[in-house]
Ligand binder design. Structure first.
Ligand SMILES: C[S@@+](CC[C@H](N)C(=O)[O-])C[C@H]1O[C@@H](n2cnc3c(N)ncnc32)[C@H](O)[C@@H]1O
Length: 226
């Protein structure tokens, strides 16, 4: 499991594997692995290997794994071709690579949320640009094919998000990738940003007070020929 983060997908995988299967989670961030380790311990799960490692430079031998799974990290890799090369290298012949990723921020494709980018720009200014280029359309599939993988399957899905109220949306916004955007807002501007955002969220509220958004995800999988 590459870029395993707090272990959300790793933990999901546990229930689908035979007890003797070796499961390894790697991540570049020690704090994320500590969270994953704490959750494994809380659930009494032993024998799952967590290692601090760069997905672009894996320290495993060639053909070590049956499956490489990477969720919601591909977009953030500075050298995407190198990460995919590494996934394929450590995969045994006949093994499978699965990469799950979001093609954009949840507010980018949704007219109800168009104010979000405008507010970020107004409050964060130039700071929201990332050094890492976003993936080009079709880049993930092209890379899998360019590495001689076969049986490419690409599935795109949209998932509805429901926030009970604006406070829940605010906490959620700090709990995942959009934190990067909020962090770019100077601290002295954050309260004003939050107030302006909450005013917009007021207009989005359903009769029950909930707030809806949609998150898009793409899963690409392909097999290494035997
Ligand atoms: C949005 S989180 C997703 C975590 C997890 N896969 C999930 O779906 O919940 C992205 C993770 O990728 C990790 N990451 C980013 N670049 C990485 C790299 N080059 N090598 C390994 N992990 C990386 C980050 O530390 C972070 O934990």
């Amino acid at each position: 499991m590459s870029a395993t983060g707090t272990g959300v997908v790793l933990l999901e995988a546990v229930g689908h594997l035979q007890s003797k299967t070796r499961l390894v989670g790697v991540d570049l961030t020690e704090a994320m692995l500590a969270r994953a380790a704490a959750e494994l311990a809380r659930r009494g799960l032993r024998g799952i290997d967590l290692q601090l490692m760069d997905a672009e430079s894996l320290s495993f031998g060639d053909s070590s794994f049956d499956l490489v799974f990477c969720a919601f990290a591909f977009s953030s890799f500075p050298n995407k071709p190198q990460a995919i090369r590494e996934f394929v290298r450590v995969l045994r012949p006949g093994g499978r690579v699965c990469v799950l990723d979001s093609p954009d921020w949840y507010f980018d494709h949704d007219a109800r949320w168009s104010w979000h980018s405008e507010l970020l720009e107004a409050f964060a200014g130039r700071g929201i640009e990332s050094d890492v280029p976003p993936p080009r359309p079709g880049e993930l599939s092209n890379l899998l094919v360019a590495n001689d993988l076969s049986k490419l399957v690409v599935a795109e899905e949209a998932h509805e998000l429901t926030f009970h109220d604006a406070e829940e949306w605010w906490r959620w916004s700090w709990s995942h990738g959009t934190r990067l955007l909020l962090d770019a807002i100077p601290e002295s501007n954050r309260v004003d940003f939050q107030e302006a955002a909450f005013a917009e969220l007021d207009k989005l509220q359903s009769r029950e007070g909930t707030i809806a958004a949609t998150i898009r995800a793409t899963l690409a999988r392909a097999d290494k020929p035997r």
